[in-house]
Structures are given as C-alpha cells and as structure tokens.
Design a protein around this ligand. Structure first.
Ligand code: AQP
Length: 329
C-alpha cells in the first residue's frame, strides 16, 4: 500500500559516511511504491552558528547527493524546508503543545548544549525537535526513515500528534513511525569509536566528498584494539565492530557473514578490505555527484519540489488552523 515517507538532512556540514549508510542510501528504495518527501532541513542548520556561504554550499551539495543516490525528482518531492513557510507556521503552533519537561529530556539537545557556554545556547537548538515534528506532520508522513539518533525526536513528534488529536477529538495528524535499519543506524567515528560520526564534528569522519587516498588512510589508521580477532563486540571492540558494520552495510551482507570472511585475518588485511569497499562506493557516488553538479538541474528540482510540497503543507496548516479556531477562510 502506498504510504507517505519523509526524511531530511540538515546542512550543518559536509555529508559523512554515517549519513549515507544510516539515511541517504535508504531513501531511493521507497520512491517507486510510496509518496516520498525528502527535504533539506536548512532552518535546522541555523540552530548552531554557521557561515552563510558554508550553509549555502552544504545545501546544494545535499541536493546533489540526494540525486546522486538515485532519488528521481519525477517520483520524489525534493525541496528546501525554508522554501515552504508552512514549516515555520506549524512549528510555532505546535510549540504550544510541547512541554518543557519533555523538551528537557532530548538527548541531542543535551549533548550539543553541553559543548556550548550556557550563555550561547540558542533557543532554536532547544525547540528544534518541535520544528522537526512540524516537518513530519505537515505531509501526513507515516514512515520516517532515520538513524538511531533521531528516534527520540520522531517519538516526540508522535506524542505531540497524539496529544493534539486527543485535545481536539479528531485525527488531524497522521501518527508517524520511525524506521531504523537494524545495522548501520549508528556509524561511529574512526578516531573515537565510542562517539557517533557526525557532520558538525568531523574528526574521525569519512566525508562523502573526501579524496579517496585520504579515505584509505583514515580507514587504515582507524582506532581498533590490542587483540587480533575480527569479531563483532560493540562493548569491548568498538572500533572493529564499527568497521564490520560499515563493511557489511556496504556489501549488503550480515555482520555474521562479514565476520566469517575475516576469520584468521589480521587487522591490516581486514582494514584494507573495508577501505576497498568504502572507496568503491564513494568513487561511484562522487562520479554521479559530479554529473549532477555539471547538469545544472538543482534549482529546477528545488523549485518544482517547493511547489509540490507547499500545496500539501498549506492544506495541513489550513486544517490545523480551522481545528484550533484561528480565523481562516
Ligand atoms: N553516524 C551516523 N550513523 C548512522 N546514521 C546517521 N545519521 C547521522 N549520523 C549518523 C543519520 O543521518 C540523517 C541526517 O541527520 P541530520 O542531518 O538531521 O542530523 P544528525 O542526525 O544530527 O546528523 P549529524 O551528521 O550528526 O549532524 P549534526 O552533526 O549536524 O548533528 C539522520 O537520519 C541521522 O539519523
């Protein structure tokens, strides 16, 4: 049955391998049988200070990578969050239904805020999950494919939608479900495998645009352990487990199958195999990315996407306004 599938990425930095494995590469598979909305969450990128030119370049890059990963603008709606003002409007309305207590529990906020001076934590960083709820609810999305770190935000969105529907005694919002892949939902940093690979903190990241020689070097020097056994054990062997996850995801095999391939191998041989598959993936992706950039279709894709997205988003806002008693014709 056709469902509405929605996902987005915020242009806070250069896309990294975790974004690709946990999110990007999964989007295109939905587009043949579902109504797919994929957006660039550029308003979310403002939650931490960012240079305007960097934000602009990151945004265009993400669109190019969406297309490079096989998203077809004739099937999926690809758009910028800031091109559809309904996101901000519904975000403002929903803020009145979110409780401080639940906002205070958001782990991503706590993590990000802990790195800042108390006086420089922006309100936008705190309220970001409410805007994210608006992003999802505007399109009546049922399925929201995300990495593990976004699960809590989608759960907050569910709570807000249920609270709202309950308050007004009607099914105004569709209740979304986060869809998280079993493996690859949390790719870790290569230099500190206890930390998530993250585009706004790119130490130990493999960037999708990285030079392939640099990628190989990063993988060959990835932090591992003092044993010499390629075995999945997240607690005691986080580095090797992370590399096994990357390898199995990109090869489309299970972790157990990957482990079997490397029985009796030393870490050097294993890392070389991981580097080979990562480089082959990135080489293909980068070639497609370059084709997209050269084709000059980005603006056209975004314009068409914004028009399609606005139609549906505006209908939702109108419905919400009516329900809550805001005067609308
Ligand atoms: N390391 C990761 N492993 C698996 N999935 C990941 N995602 C992000 N990092 C990993 C998934 O990528 C999508 C994009 O999410 P986002 O841009 O909204 O922000 P994020 O989750 O906060 O990703 P980053 O890279 O860590 O961004 P910054 O550094 O700006 O916070 C999501 O589906 C996410 O789960």
């Amino acid at each position: 049955m056709e469902q509405v599938v929605l996902s987005g990425i915020k242009p806070t930095g250069q896309l990294q391998l975790g974004n690709y494995i946990g999110a990007l590469r999964n989007f295109a598979k939905y587009q043949d049988d579902n109504q797919v909305f994929v957006f660039i969450a550029d308003l979310h990128a403002l939650t931490l200070p960012i240079d305007p030119q960097v934000l602009y370049n990151n945004t265009r890059d993400i669109v190019a990578f969406y297309l490079a990963c096989g998203l077809d603008p004739n099937k999926a709606t690809i758009f910028l969050q800031s091109d559809v003002p309904a996101h901000s409007e519904l975000g403002t309305i929903l803020g009145n239904y979110a409780y401080m207590g639940e906002m205070n529990r958001m782990t991503q906020f706590k993590e990000k805020a802990s790195k800042l001076n108390d006086k420089s934590i922006g309100l936008g960083l705190y309220t970001y999950p409410v805007l994210m709820a608006a992003d999802i609810l505007l399109y009546n999305a049922k399925t929201v494919p995300v990495g593990e770190d976004q699960k809590q935000h989608v759960e907050l969105c569910r709570n807000l939608a249920e609270r709202f529907n309950h308050r007004y005694k009607q099914d105004v919002f569709t209740i979304p479900t986060p869809v998280i892949n079993k493996t690859g939902a949390r790719i870790m940093s290569l230099s500190d495998p206890t930390k998530k690979m993250s585009k706004s903190d790119p130490k130990g990241d493999i960037l999708l645009k990285d030079d392939l020689k640099a990628v190989r070097k990063k993988i060959m020097s990835a932090v591992t352990d003092l044993e010499c056994e390629v075995r999945y054990d997240k607690e005691n062997k986080p580095g090797i487990s992370n590399l096994l996850t990357i390898y199995s995801c990109l090869k489309d095999i299970t972790i157990e199958e990957a482990e079997k391939e490397f029985i009796g191998c030393n870490y050097g041989t294993f890392k070389k195999a991981v580097a080979d598959v990562v480089c082959a993936t990135l080489e293909e992706l980068q070639a497609k990315y370059n084709q997209v950039i050269e084709s000059g279709i980005i603006d056209e894709v975004l314009q068409k996407g914004a028009e399609k997205a606005s139609k549906i988003a505006n209908e939702t806002v109108k419905r919400v306004k009516k329900v809550i008693g805001l005067y609308t014709k």
